[in-house]
Design a protein around this ligand. Structure first.
Ligand SMILES: Cc1cc2nc3c(=O)[nH]c(=O)nc-3n(C[C@H](O)[C@H](O)[C@H](O)COP(=O)(O)OP(=O)(O)OC[C@H]3O[C@@H](n4cnc5c(N)ncnc54)[C@H](O)[C@@H]3O)c2cc1C
Ligand SMILES: NC(=O)c1ccc[n+]([C@@H]2O[C@H](COP(=O)([O-])OP(=O)(O)OC[C@H]3O[C@@H](n4cnc5c(N)ncnc54)[C@H](O)[C@@H]3O)[C@@H](O)[C@H]2O)c1
Length: 490
């Protein structure tokens, strides 16, 4: 073979796999058809977090009451749109070159062009208009990611009707923007746009905003992140029938269709529309037909080890798919963790990633984070498997550090098994929630039980005491003895 491992797609998933592979002594190449870094670095996590850093500061400076309560006076605030956009763009360039340099320094061969599987352990790649090259590899990882999903009937012009790909360039800040979809992207952009002065109207197909979150957290998030801002919303309506860009002085038109009756409800007229209705896998043109693999809604089917399965349900030897392209969990760190897990396996150590231990965070102000099951999911599992669940909550209002920062809005909630002390899920809304979640996700990953976590010591005064309180508040049934290191079932 030319290589021990060839990875198709140099996003964060491919990058994580490549670095681990060379550490393991595998001769590794990565094929990229566009720019290194993929969605996360160029059109996702990185530029969006740069915009959110600006929105957090704008929000703080604008909040006179907050400033006054700290004894501060701010006479005027404002922003330079192009400079904000440059901050996001420069950060993406910097991280992109960090990623490229880290792979070059470690000895990963970066090959340019669109990669395609032409047979068992065989890949062809090349740029349009140039002759293709063929290489062989003992193992292949597909890490081709995803692109914005745009429902039928929506016309994207990139100026007044656009996806996150365009929005991250911040070419304009519309006075009134409709955000279609209230998932992660919709919510984060509502934070950015309202901080920069826009009014936002959410259009959400399901009956409540933020339908993917734990319902109690979603309710509180609505109070803190929606109701106090210049945001209104329509729920239970699809915006897919027709959205037309602004033209000849006419506004953007959005036809709202009742999700249940499918009847036309009303037509919104706004300055712009951001379509944030999910992501579609980027898997066409990969030559999957050459190896009898059929995608499911575009996603590549994999088993729990990320091994690709063929049309007959059999594992295709030496072929793996990680990240957004397999649709298991569309998060950057999940893609990378899946890549590392695959490299562990091909290095001779079996490994199965526990997806229930992978945290997620929405970087609004304040942030929302979560790991494991929501309360309804945990109760359903408990009913099916015949165990009890308990729920405890703590408030940021009782935390000294949060109060010193004047940021008492927030809660942490834990769902757990009182019989074993196993954590089933943790959900946090509050200052630095995205950083706080890792104590819980590591506990789930390592199988640490609450009996042990209750005795861990946290520095005072820190926000991490919010979780300390949560662990201490849990009531694990006495008299039941469990090894604290016993692994938690996935
Ligand atoms: C606006 C936004 C904000 C986000 N924020 C976060 C966040 O804060 N935290 C988080 O965890 N996740 C976030 N995500 C999700 C995250 O970006 C993705 O989960 C992550 O990028 C998936 O990584 P990946 O490696 O699977 O794919 P990608 O990052 O999409 O990379 C795939 C790469 O493969 C290349 N490619 C595709 N086909 C081929 C081919 N045939 N040959 C060669 N190359 C090919 C593509 O050009 C691309 O570079 C965000 C997403 C968006 C859109
Ligand atoms: N901070 C983060 O980790 C982060 C940030 C951004 C994106 N992401 C990832 O990117 C992916 C895509 O994010 P997203 O927000 O686009 O998707 P999402 O799946 O989180 O949310 C999409 C929302 O759009 C709604 N919807 C779908 N079609 C609709 C229609 N026609 N009309 C009205 N509403 C409609 C859905 O009900 C859902 O609430 C997510 O899977 C997420 O994991 C992560």
């Amino acid at each position: 073979f030319d290589y021990d491992l060839v990875i198709i797609g140099a996003g964060v998933g491919g990058h994580g796999a490549a670095l681990h592979a060379v550490e393991e002594g595998l001769k590794t190449a990565i094929i990229e058809g566009d720019v290194v870094g993929g969605t996360c670095v160029n059109r996702g996590c990185v530029p969006s977090k740069a915009l959110l850093a600006v929105s957090g500061r704008m929000r703080e400076l604008h909040d006179e009451h907050h400033m006054k309560s700290l004894g501060l006076q701010v006479s005027s605030t404002g922003y330079d749109r192009q400079a904000v956009a440059d901050h996001a763009n420069n950060l993406a360039s910097k991280i992109r070159s960090n990623l490229t340099n880290s792979m070059k320094a470690m000895g990963v061969d970066i090959l340019t062009g669109f990669g395609k599987i032409v047979g068992k352990q065989k890949v062809r790649y090349g740029k349009v208009g140039f002759p293709e090259k063929e290489i062989t590899a003992k193992n292949i990882i597909i890490a081709t990611g995803s692109v914005p999903f745009v429902p039928k009937g929506i016309e994207i012009d990139g100026k007044t009707v656009f996806t996150s790909d365009h929005a991250l360039k911040l070419e304009s800040v519309p006075d009134w923007i409709a955000i279609v979809g209230s998932g992660y992207i919709g919510l984060e952009f509502s934070d950015v746009y309202t901080a920069l002065g826009s009014e936002v109207t959410f259009v959400e197909a399901l009956d409540q905003l933020m339908p993917g979150f734990d319902p109690e957290i979603a309710k509180l998030a609505q109070r803190v992140l929606i109701n106090t801002r210049k945001i209104d919303y329509h729920t239970g309506v699809f915006a897919s029938k027709k959205i037309t860009p602004a033209k000849d002085g006419k506004p953007v038109l959005i036809e709202l269709i009742d999700a249940k009756t499918k009847e036309h409800k009303e037509t919104l007229e706004v300055d712009a529309a951001l379509i944030a209705t999910g992501r579609a896998p980027f898997t066409s043109g990969l030559g999957l037909e050459n190896i009898n693999v059929v995608t499911q809604r575009g996603f590549i089917p994999v088993d729990e080890r990320m091994q690709v399965t063929d049309a007959d349900g059999n594992v295709v030897p030496n072929l793996f798919c990680i990240g957004d392209a397999n649709g298991k969990l569309m998060l950057a760190h999940a893609a990378s963790a899946q890549g590392i897990s695959v490299v562990e396996q091909i290095s001779g150590r079996d490994h199965i990633l526990n997806h229930l231990s992978i945290p997620a965070a929405c970087f609004t102000h304040p942030e929302i984070s979560m790991v494991g099951l929501t309360e309804p999911q945990a109760r359903e599992k408990a009913d099916n498997e015949g165990f009890e669940v308990s729920v405890v909550k703590t408030s940021f209002k009782a935390n000294t550090k949060a109060l010193a920062e004047n940021e008492g809005d927030g809660i942490a909630k834990m769902i757990y098994r009182p019989d074993t002390g196993e954590i089933l899920g943790v959900h946090i809304l509050g200052l630095h929630a995205a950083d706080l979640i890792h104590e819980a996700s590591n506990a789930i990953a390592l199988g640490t039980r609450l009996q042990e976590l209750k005795l861990a010591v946290h520095a005072h005064p820190t926000l991490s005491e919010v979780l300390d309180e949560l662990f201490k508040a849990a009531k694990v049934n006495s008299g039941v003895s469990h090894s604290v290191n016993e692994p938690v079932a996935a």
